[in-house]
Structure formats: structure tokens, C-alpha cells
Design a protein around this ligand. Structure first.
Ligand SMILES: *Cc1c(COP(=O)(O)O)cnc(C)c1O
Length: 431
């Protein structure tokens, strides 16, 4: 399989698309064509690893990683991804729990897969690759966890001092020696500027072999499509129905993976995007005008995106707003509604949801009646509520139990170095 940029450059191999992340012309990589499957193609594939083996094989045709695909998959699915039935009147509704990975958020799946691929492509004990990540919270932890203890790989995580929660800071700083955790005296934008500055510096780049593991890498999207395929198939085998999916959406990476799975023929019904108060996608569908803007801060902070990068992929794959709005639903859920939804979820389900997941449960409750009744639904849960306990606990009036994976991380010693938002400070700590 060859890969092309959304802006035309290419073709490149999967290996090069994984290595470089973004295309030369500034576009995002897409496969030249999506393979087509019918349900029978997955006969005998009873686990997500089995489903992934069938689904991802065509994407690895011609890649040096093909022979190691099984090992890569074994490293990716080290935790369960269950769909838990929800008490709901009428249709069959469940919650797809993507939060059982090491950092309790869905990004663990994509980061783990990408790390397994990049280590095999680029890992070098003599001359390690250095992955630079600027993070406002979730991404940095998932990338650190994925590359922790991987030979020939080093990670530098940069996060804004005092602007991530205590638990998030701990998660960003509790790893082995090959993960350098850096508390930057500045904002998230300062962290991002440092990463860009370091990558653009020829001397530093040559010395440290910089790379990135950001969310636009095709190596994060491909594995995400496997949990939609697996959940869709399970539901279809059990009920004979194509379930609809409601996906909490920020940069559109997770939802794009769901669209890809449906385009490849997997049994997936309607797809509805749930965003927070950042209305760029909702406004695009309504007005047909694409107007990216600065992001607003909301309770669902990992979805605070005003210019979702993966819209470029979605438009390339499906078309413009007039087409997109026929194929996808969208609802923008503001903070008041997120609060309401967290309370309602707790009352109805007996457990808490995180603020991101609560945008999906809200959206499901407010689906057009006819649409809601015509399908079974799978609501996507992107993070464990214990990561956002300062928001969730006051709303439900109880403590959220910390899941074992997270408790294990929080019990480790944490260690971060503080640096100034200056390239020279970063260069010093990298050695
Ligand atoms: C990153 C993230 C999202 C948004 O996912 P996108 O792929 O950016 O749309 C939603 N929820 C949580 C918890 C996240 O960390």
C-alpha cells in the first residue's frame, strides 16, 4: 500500500509515512485506497487482535514491518476494550470503554501501536531517536507510557508548569530513564514553540535524531479503526444490527478512524460527532463554511480544538460539508450541559463518566427521536473519570474509585525537571 498527502504529495511507503508523520507539502497522509471487507472476511476473528490482523494487513503490504505485524499487535492490545451494556429503554445501547490502557485514555491504543512500529523502524541502541512531545495533558502521558523502556528510543515530554492537574503531572513524570519529563515555566504554546524550535535547529536535530509522535501520524489512526471494527462486528454478530456510534471529538482523529472503518465495509450505522463548546465542525455542517478559530477552554479539555487537523482528511475522503452532513451528525455540548450529563449518567448508570465521554452521552440523549429509535447505539468513552476527579466528584457528590492501572502509576515516584521556555534550556537537559 502506498500513501499520499491530502495535498497531493507522494507516493510514500508506510514506513516513511510513519517516520515522518506529516507530508512534505504540509498535508496529512492517507492510503491510496481503502481496502473493502465484508463481514465474512472476519469469520474466525474472535478477538480484537484477530480483527486487527485482517483489517490492517492490506495497509502493511510492502512495508518492512509486515513480518512483525503480529508482534506489533500483541504489544498494542495489552488491555481489554469492552463494550458495557447500558440500561436504556428500547434499543440496545452500550459504552465502548477505551480507557483501560496504562494512562486511562484512548490515546494509549494509537500511541502503543506507533511506538511498536517506530521502535522497529528507528530504534538504535548506539544513537537513540528522541521523540519530542509538547502536551497540555493527555497526549504526553500516552506517548511516554508507550515508549517507556523501549530500547533505542528516548522521549522528552514538555508540559506547562502549574497548568495540568496534579494527577496529570504525575502521569507525565513517573517513567524510566528513557523518558525525560520537563516542566516548562510557561504555557502550552511555549512548550509547542520549544518543540518546533528544536526540530528546526539543524545542529540539535542531527545530534538527537528528533521525531514526533503527534496525533496526525497515520500510525495512530490505523489502530483506532480496529476497535470500531471489533465493536461493530461483535454487535452485528450478537444482534444482526449495524450499531450507530457517538464519538467525543476534538481533533477528529478518533472519529475519523470510525469513518474509515465504516468506509471499509464494517457493520457500522450512523456516526454522530459530539464536540464541546468549540463549534467549528458544527458550524461547518450548518453554514457550509469552514472557519477554523482559536480554541475555547472547556471542561472536556482534551477536545479544546478550534481547528481540527483531521478535517483535511475527512474532506479528502468523503467530500465537503454538503456531503459530510448527510453522512455524519454533530452536536456541540457546552460546559453546563456537560455538567448536567455527568450527573444524569451517574444517576442512570450508577457510575461516573469523564467530561469528554459526557458529551457523547448528552448527544445520545438528544438525538433526533426517529434516528435514536431506528438503531442500536455504541457510545464511546474516551477516558476514565478518575483522571478528571476535580470536575466529576463535586458533581456526583462521591469519590470516583481509581482504576488499578491508574493507581499503579500514581504510586510510582515522579520526577520532572523544570526548564525555562528557551531553546538553550532544552538543549542543556537533552545533553
Ligand atoms: C484526545 C481526546 C479526545 C479527542 O480525540 P480526537 O481524536 O482529538 O478527536 C477525546 N477525549 C479524550 C479523553 C482525549 O484524550
Amino acid at each position: 500500500m502506498k500513501y499520499f498527502s491530502t495535498r497531493g504529495a507522494g507516493p510514500v511507503s508506510l514506513d516513511d509515512a510513519l517516520r515522518t508523520g506529516i507530508a512534505r507539502d504540509g498535508g496529512l497522509f492517507l492510503p491510496e485506497a481503502l481496502p473493502a471487507f465484508d463481514v465474512a472476511a472476519f469469520d474466525g476473528a474472535e478477538t480484537i487482535t484477530g480483527v486487527a490482523r485482517v483489517l490492517l494487513r492490506p495497509f502493511f503490504e510492502g512495508s518492512s514491518l509486515m513480518a512483525e505485524l503480529d508482534e506489533i499487535l500483541a504489544e498494542t492490545y495489552r488491555f481489554p476494550i469492552p463494550a458495557t451494556p447500558l440500561p436504556a429503554a428500547g434499543r440496545d445501547v452500550s459504552l465502548l470503554e477505551l480507557f483501560h490502557g496504562p494512562t486511562a485514555a484512548f490515546k494509549d491504543v494509537g500511541a502503543g501501536f506507533l511506538a511498536a512500529c517506530l521502535t522497529r523502524l528507528e530504534g538504535d541502541l548506539e544513537d537513540p531517536l528522541t521523540i519530542l512531545v509538547a502536551t497540555s495533558g493527555d497526549t504526553g502521558g500516552a506517548v511516554a507510557a508507550a515508549f517507556d523502556e523501549r530500547p533505542g528510543m528516548r522521549v522528552a515530554v514538555l508540559f506547562p508548569d502549574g497548568r495540568v492537574s496534579a494527577r496529570q503531572a504525575h502521569q507525565l513524570s513517573c517513567w524510566s530513564d528513557n523518558v525525560v519529563s520537563l516542566k516548562v515555566r510557561g504555557s502550552f504554546d511555549d512548550c509547542q514553540a520549544l518543540v518546533k524550535g528544536a526540530m528546526a535547529d539543524a545542529g540539535l536535530s542531527a545530534k538527537h535524531r528528533f521525531s514526533s509522535a503527534n496525533s496526525i501520524n497515520i500510525g495512530r489512526l490505523l489502530p483506532q479503526s480496529t476497535y470500531y471494527a471489533d465493536a461493530g462486528l461483535r454487535h452485528y454478530r450478537r444482534t444482526g444490527n449495524r450499531a450507530g456510534f457517538v464519538v467525543p471529538t476534538g481533533n477528529l482523529g478518533n472519529a475519523f478512524a470510525c469513518v474509515m472503518a465504516r468506509e471499509m465495509g464494517l457493520p457500522i450505522g450512523p456516526i454522530v460527532l459530539a464536540t464541546n463548546a468549540n463549534r467549528t465542525i458544527a458550524d461547518y455542517f450548518e453554514t457550509l463554511k469552514w472557519l477554523p478559530r482559536a480554541s475555547l477552554q472547556t471542561l472536556a479539555s482534551a477536545m479544546d480544538v478550534g481547528d481540527p487537523s483531521n478535517m483535511e482528511r475527512l474532506r479528502r475522503l468523503l467530500g465537503e460539508a454538503d456531503v459530510l452532513r448527510e453522512q455524519l451528525g454533530v452536536l456541540s455540548v457546552d460546559d453546563d450541559r456537560i455538567r448536567t450529563s455527568i450527573r444524569q449518567d451517574f444517576e442512570a448508570f450508577g457510575f461516573a463518566t469523564c467530561p469528554h465521554t459526557a458529551t457523547a452521552t448528552y448527544t445520545w440523549r438528544h438525538l433526533d427521536r426517529e434516528l435514536a429509535d431506528a438503531h442500536d447505539w455504541i457510545l464511546v468513552s474516551t477516558a476514565h473519570p478518575a483522571k478528571f476527579e476535580t470536575i466529576v466528584e463535586p458533581l456526583i457528590g462521591e469519590e470516583v474509585p481509581v482504576p488499578p492501572e491508574l493507581a499503579e502509576l500514581l504510586s510510582r515516584p515522579a520526577n520532572a525537571r523544570t526548564i525555562e521556555p528557551a531553546l538553550a534550556s532544552l538543549a542543556t537537559v537533552l545533553g
